[in-house]
Ligand binder design. Structure first.
Ligand SMILES: *Cc1c(COP(=O)(O)O)cnc(C)c1O
Length: 850
């Protein structure tokens, strides 16, 4: 039989005048955190709202005219519509608070934030995981604080893949194209035409058109190569996030870094601080150098000026997270751009070279092209300082300029509305106390039964959601109803109120999703105790090229089908932000078992904690700071020097011990009301200690204080007087680099080995400065009490030595020092280059010790 061709026709409604601002709401990512907007739409047609997967623009295109007409005449609906709008208007009217304006003058400063992915909401799929969600949360908090802020990224027509898991447990990756009119974006126009920028590529220019996404107070600009000026191949450059090969990757990164900078220029925006969020966007440094050189500076001076206004954030110690390109590829891809820009290839290549290698590392470029740099938790900051230590070769890693700011999450996005309503009653001003730890003690005032009833309601919603998702998944795979029923029976048993543990994130091998299955017999015993059953819920995508990651999915799938674990292990497909909100607000325990120290921060555990779930995790990333002994459970990581298999076994045993002897018994320690008071106490301890410390408002304010404000001043200082300071600094650095290998430092005479505690000892060192002057260096003495033995940073225990005399090319530095500690102490003397325009005293990476 001949199958007729089908034509799809979408008849869209005309929005009634009474509801005309619905369009505006659908075009502002405000909806991604404001529950009011989303429930307003859901109220018009709940089935359609679910069908379009919470996509406001698609919803407004497909909703039936009579539904809209009815709503426009429904008084209750109109009242809600007005309430939502007035809260939207009030949000937009509120300006920045004094804590912001005293640091960043909105008239004179602007932060530009570049990232390869942004995760705002499931309806806008241009993210893959943690990095994107974090960037989305950063923008949302920047909007909440009304910072002078603009973000830049790429628009991927297909975004990241949609995941199915088939009946054999294999991951199937499917890409879906999204037309721009179903995304919360509008074309950017300039002088009545669609704004386009072009970037020189080998043998041609690649053109990108520009889209704008509104995020409350701020704007995100997205570049899109799908435009008629480009060849078919170039149109696909921005097709997929993390798709294609390394040539696609470097092309995307040229569009993001170089093209993105050109977008801001075309829009006449003049950022005073540039935040490069992960290496993908680091090519912006080159474009800004080119731009700065146009005002008469040489490359070195331009680089100083550019770097001084730049913050680079590195997000992972895992190798796959750092782009490393072969020399040939960089030469080919950037050649024409560099030539047209008057930039020398070797000079540029050296910025990305890792010591000794012949490859180009985007992280190294980011670090050399910025004077402010950070990791994303205390542990990660330390690890990154070690990893990237070659940028500052003579400086001890503990002291190099790479700092940290621990990631936080956007509370309005991830806190379930049920909790936020409860807080509204219990502590109405909570939204303006997001960083006040003391304020959050109010959590203890919530009656236990009330607290538990909110959690239980959310858990039930999660249960229903899981049943829906799993039924869909099973139906497609031809898996019988009875399997679905058996698999979810424990989960939805209201009589047992079963303990539910969640694990959902990207399936990357270092996250060790299967660690908990290390001792299956024991796990089975713990999970299937009829009086104290436990259900594990897993979800996550593995990158389509990550075969070991996909094997983990299969292992978990197979176990979930095994009769002995049936009902105690569930694997859901297609993890996204919508599923994350459900799971994170519904589970009792959130599990994370990364291989230390590879979880740079992790954020999902923070989202779980806001919602009252307890973390059970390896002490890595944020949990290394969050865990206080009473607000969850911790698995101490074993020494990384030990054999990996041994570490896995040891940490897995800790995990099962905690489950068997602490988590399960505490959860099932039920009193008359049917819940465990001990559990509620711990859950409250978690919520009140973690919420005010690990939210994105605290994170962004830390960025403002520690980096945005200083970078803004430093950039201005270096560019003052047409870049005079930058030029002076660059020339000085060249002089120091030249002289440094010939510089020497010696002690003169001998240092007293003993002195009365209230007396002083004389210290003298003699420096051979090889053409530098005494003002070009700083000499200091570090003193540490003998017993600590650790490598301390210069703090109050450090003395600067004063210059004494200068003769025949030798300079003597001397000082009298009173021992700061009683008893035995260690003195060490060192010298490093000094210039008043340096951003960080040790940024040159040069240092000599006696
Ligand atoms: C928060 C979040 C992540 C990050 O999870 P980690 O456990 O920190 O890796 C990934 N995906 C989604 C959808 C998230 O919401």
């Amino acid at each position: 039989m001949h199958k007729a061709t089908e034509f799809r026709l979408e008849a869209h409604p005309i929005i009634p005048e009474a509801l005309e601002r619905l369009d505006e709401l659908a075009n502002d990512l405000f909806y991604s955190w404001d529950h009011g907007v989303r429930s307003l739409l859901a109220r018009i047609d709940l089935r359609l709202w679910l069908k379009v997967e919470h996509n406001p623009k698609l919803f407004l295109r497909r909703v039936a005219q009579d539904r809209l007409d009815e709503a426009s005449e429904d008084r209750a609906f109109l009242a809600e519509y007005r309430r939502v709008l007035s809260s939207y208007d009030a949000y937009l009217e509120a300006g920045p608070g004094p804590e912001v304006t005293e640091k960043l003058d909105p008239e004179k400063t602007l932060v530009a934030y570049f990232c390869a992915e942004f995760g705002f909401h499931e309806s806008f799929p241009i993210y893959s995981g943690g990095l994107g969600i974090l960037a989305g949360d950063h923008c949302k908090a920047a909007s909440d604080l009304a910072l002078p802020f603009v973000a830049v990224g790429l628009l991927y027509q297909q975004g990241y893949f949609i995941q199915s898991i088939d009946a054999l447990g294999q991951q199937i990756a499917r890409y879906q194209s999204h037309s721009s009119d179903e995304l919360p974006i509008t074309p950017v126009e300039k002088d009545g035409e669609v704004l386009k920028v072009s970037v020189p590529f080998p043998g041609r220019d690649v053109v990108a058109r520009v889209w704008e996404a509104r995020v409350g107070h701020i704007r995100l600009y997205l570049l899109d190569s799908h435009t008629e000026e480009n060849s078919a191949e170039d149109q696909e450059l921005t097709l997929q996030l993390y798709g294609g090969d390394e040539s696609t990757r470097i092309s995307q990164e040229m569009l993001l870094g170089i093209g993105g900078t050109r977008v801001l220029e075309a829009l006449d925006l003049k950022p005073t601080v540039w935040h490069i969020n992960e290496g993908h966007a680091a090519f912006q440094i080159l474009e800004r150098c080119r731009h700065t050189m146009a005002s008469g500076l040489n490359f070195e001076a331009a680089l100083e000026a550019v770097a001084g206004a730049t913050l680079f954030t590195t997000h992972t110690p895992v190798a796959a997270g750092h782009d490393i390109f072969p020399r040939d590829l960089v030469y080919h891809a950037l050649g024409r751009y560099l030539e047209e820009s008057g930039l020398d290839f070797e000079t540029v290549f050296a910025l990305g070279a890792k010591a000794g290698g012949d490859t180009f590392n985007m992280t190294s470029l980011g670090l050399r092209g910025s004077r402010f740099h950070n990791g994303v938790s205390r542990i990660h900051g330390g690890v990154a300082s070690q990893m990237e230590g070659d940028i500052w070769p003579q400086v001890p890693a503990e002291e190099n300029p790479l700092g940290y700011i621990t990631n936080g999450v956007h509370v309005p996005t991830f806190l379930a509305p049920e909790w936020s309503s409860l807080f509204d009653i219990q502590a109405p001003t909570w939204k303006s106390e997001m960083r006040n730890q003391q304020f959050w003690e109010f959590i203890d005032q919530i009656p236990d039964y009330h607290y538990w009833s909110v959690h239980k309601a959310l858990k039930q919603q999660m249960g229903e959601y899981i049943v829906r998702r799993l039924s869909r998944q099973h139906k497609r795979n031809g898996t019988g109803h009875s399997v679905t029923d058996r698999m979810t029976r424990q989960l939805i048993s209201s009589e047992k109120d079963t303990l539910v543990i969640g694990f959902a994130r990207r399936f990357a091998t270092y996250k060790r999703a299967t660690l908990i299955f290390s001792d299956l017999d024991r796990l089975e015993r713990i999970l299937t105790d009829p009086d104290r059953p436990v259900v594990l819920v897993f979800a996550g995508k593995a990158h389509p090229r990550d075969k070991p990651g996909q094997r983990l999915i299969k292992v978990i799938h197979d176990l979930s089908m095994h009769p002995s674990l049936m009902g105690h292990l569930i694997l859901l497909e297609d993890y996204d932000q919508a599923m994350a909100r459900r799971l994170l607000s519904g589970v009792d325990v959130w599990l994370n078992t990364p291989e230390y120290p590879k979880e740079a921060s992790g954020t999902s555990g923070e989202k779980a904690a806001l919602n009252g779930a307890l973390n059970l995790s390896v002490l890595d990333g944020w949990w290394g700071e969050g865990y206080d002994g009473k607000n969850g459970w911790a698995i101490p990581p074993r020494d990384t020097e030990l054999d990996a298999e041994f570490r896995n076994e040891e940490e897995a045993r800790d995990l099962l011990d905690l489950l068997e002897f602490e988590v399960v018994p505490l959860y099932y320690e039920r009193v008359s009301q049917g819940f465990s008071r001990g559990w509620v106490k711990r859950s409250k301890a978690s919520m009140k200690t973690i919420t005010p410390r690990f939210n994105s408002q605290r994170m962004v304010m830390d960025y403002v204080t520690n980096y945005y404000q200083p970078a803004s001043s430093q950039g201005a200082l270096l560019m003052a007087d047409g870049g005079k300071v930058a030029t002076g600094l660059a020339d000085w650095k060249a002089k120091v680099r030249e002289a440094w290998p010939g510089v020497e430092l010696h002690v003169v005479g001998c240092v007293e080995a003993r002195c009365p505690h209230n007396d002083t000892v004389e210290l003298r060192v003699e420096a051979l400065l090889n053409g530098l002057s005494a003002d070009d260096v700083r000499v200091e003495c570090l003193v540490s009490p003998e017993c600590t033995g650790t490598h301390e940073s210069p703090g109050p225990d450090s003395f600067f030595l004063e210059k004494e005399s200068e003769a025949d090319g030798r300079t003597v530095f001397a000082s009298r020092v009173q021992p700061p500690y009683p008893g035995l102490q260690t003195l060490r003397l060192r010298m490093y280059p000094h210039h008043e325009a340096l951003t960080h005293p040790l940024e040159m990476g040069a240092m000599l010790w006696v």
